[in-house]
Design a protein around this ligand. Structure first.
Ligand code: NAD
Ligand code: IPM
Ligand code: MN
Length: 369
C-alpha cells in the first residue's frame, strides 16, 4: 500500500520542524513498511523567492493529488513588502480554499507533565482536553468585497466582508456535533449575534442543525468575546467549541497557551468525505507560525508539527494505533522532563529541535516494539 504525502515545509521554523517529521516517516517506512511516498513542494516566502507566487500551480496540483499534505509554516519579515496577493500567507489560504478544507480541528490538550508550565494556575489547566472546530474556508477571510479604496479626499477605506451561507454553518456544526459524540458530548458555539448579522444566522443555523440531527448532544451558545474570557477563566467547562474563521484563529491561539506553549498545538484541516470512497482532502498544520525570532537557531519546538503528523495518521490513514503511540511518545518524553526552550522549564533538561525530535522518535519506536 502506498500513502502519498506532500510536504510543504515553508518558511522560518517550518523546515526545522518538518525535518523531525521526516525522520519519523523514514523510520516508519523502514521498520513497519508503512509505504509513505513523499513529495516536497514550496509554499510561502520560499515559493515567492523561487517563482514569484506564494504557491505554484504545479505544487497546488500536487496538493490536490496527494492523500494528505503536511504543512510547516509561512511568513516572515523578509516578505513584508511583497504585494498582498503573493504574500506568503496567501499560499496557505489558497491551499485551504482550493482543497475545500472547511473544517479545522485544533485540539488543546494539557499534557500532565506540563500542568505547571502554563501561565495559568495548575488547577485551571490540569487535565484539559478541548477541541476547537474552526470554520476555515469562509467568513471575513474570503468574503467580497475585500479591498482598499481611495476616497479621493486624502482618505482611504479598508474593507473586509464577513459572509456566511447556511450550508457552510450546517456543515461545520455537523463536524462539531459528530466529534462531540466521540468525546464528552458537549458543543459550545461562539459568535457575536449581538452585533453581527452573520452571527445571528450562525446561531440560528447551529441551533436548527442541533434540533434536526444532534439533539442528543448538549449545545450551548456563547458570545465570542465572553468565550475568550471563559477560556482563560475556566477552560475545563468546554469540550468542543465551534466557531467561525476569525474567532477560531484568535481563540485557538488563546487555547494554545493553556497547554504550556504555542509550540504544542497541532491542527487538521479537513474537506468533506467523498460520497463514493469516503476519503477526504486533508492538510495538517501546526497552529503556530514561522517564529522569525527563533528561526534558524535550532530552538523550535517540533511537537506541534509532530502532533499534526499524528493527526494525519489518525484522520487520513486510519493508523489509529500508530497515532496513539506517537502521542504517547510525546507525553512520555515530556514526563521524562525533556523540554524545548519555549516551555517553562523550571530547571528541566533543555533540548534543541533535533534532539527533541530524536527523543520522540526513540520513544515511538520503543513503544512500537
Ligand atoms: P508565531 O506563531 O510565528 O510566533 C509567536 C511566538 O511564539 C514567537 O515568539 C515564537 O518564537 C513562538 N513560537 C511559535 N511557534 C513556536 C515553536 N514551535 N517553538 C518555539 N516557539 C514558538 O506568530 P507571529 O510571530 O505572530 O507570526 C510570524 C509569521 O508567521 C507571520 O508572518 C505570520 O503571518 C505567520 N504565521 C503563519 C502561520 C502558518 O503558517 N500556519 C500561523 C501563524 C502565523
Ligand atoms: C493560522 C494562521 C493563518 C490564519 C495565517 C498565517 C493565514 O494564523 O493558521 O492560525 O490566520 O488562519
Ligand atoms: Mn493563527
Amino acid at each position: 500500500m502506498t500513502r502519498k504525502l506532500l510536504l510543504l515545509p515553508g518558511d522560518g521554523i517550518g523546515p526545522e520542524a518538518m525535518a523531525e517529521v521526516r525522520k519519523l516517516i523514514s523510520a516508519m517506512n523502514e521498520r513497519f513498511s508503512s509505504g509513505f511516498e513523499v513529495e516536497e513542494g514550496l509554499v510561502g516566502g520560499a515559493a515567492y523567492d523561487a517563482h514569484g507566487q506564494a504557491i505554484s500551480d504545479a505544487d497546488m496540483a500536487k496538493a490536490l493529488a496527494a492523500d494528505a499534505v503536511l504543512f510547516g509554516a509561512v511568513g516572515g519579515p523578509k516578505w513584508d513588502g511583497v504585494p498582498y496577493e503573493v504574500r506568503p500567507e496567501a499560499g496557505l489560504l489558497r491551499l485551504r480554499k482550493e482543497m475545500e478544507l472547511f473544517a479545522n480541528l485544533r485540539p488543546a490538550i494539557c499534557y500532565p507533565a506540563l500542568a505547571a508550565s502554563s501561565s495559568l494556575k495548575q488547577e485551571v489547566v490540569e487535565g484539559l482536553d478541548i477541541l476547537i472546530v474552526r470554520e476555515l474556508t469562509g467568513g471575513v477571510y474570503f468574503g467580497e468585497p475585500k479591498e482598499i479604496i481611495d476616497l479621493g479626499n486624502g482618505q482611504k477605506r479598508g474593507i473586509d466582508t464577513q459572509v456566511y451561507d447556511t450550508f457552510e454553518i450546517e456543515r461545520i456544526s455537523g463536524v462539531a456535533f459528530e466529534l462531540a459524540r466521540t468525546r464528552q458530548n458537549k458543543v459550545c458555539s461562539m459568535e457575536k449575534h449581538n452585533v453581527m448579522k452573520s452571527g445571528v444566522l450562525w446561531k440560528d443555523v447551529v441551533a436548527a442543525t442541533h434540533k434536526a440531527k444532534y439533539s442528543d448532544v448538549e449545545l450551548t451558545h456563547m458570545l465570542a468575546d465572553a468565550g475568550g474570557m471563559q477560556l482563560v477563566r475556566w477552560p475545563k467547562q468546554f469540550d468542543v467549541i465551534v466557531t467561525d474563521n476569525l474567532f477560531g484563529d484568535m481563540l485557538s491561539d488563546v487555547a494554545a497557551m493553556l497547554t504550556g506553549s504555542l509550540g504544542m498545538l497541532p491542527s487538521a484541516s479537513l474537506g468533506a468525505p467523498d460520497a463514493k470512497t469516503g476519503s477526504r482532502k486533508a492538510l495538517y498544520e501546526p497552529v503556530h507560525g514561522s517564529a522569525p525570532d527563533i528561526a534558524g537557531k535550532g530552538l523550535a519546538n517540533p511537537i506541534a508539527m509532530i502532533a499534526s503528523f499524528a493527526m494525519c495518521l489518525r484522520y487520513s490513514f486510519s493508523m489509529i494505533a500508530e497515532a496513539d503511540r506517537l502521542e504517547a511518545a510525546v507525553a512520555a518524553v515530556l514526563d521524562d522532563g525533556q523540554r524545548t526552550a519555549d516551555i517553562m522549564s523550571d530547571g528541566k533538561t533543555q533540548l534543541g529541535t533535533g534532539a527533541m525530535g530524536d527523543a520522540i522518535l526513540e520513544k515511538f519506536l520503543a513503544l512500537s516494539a
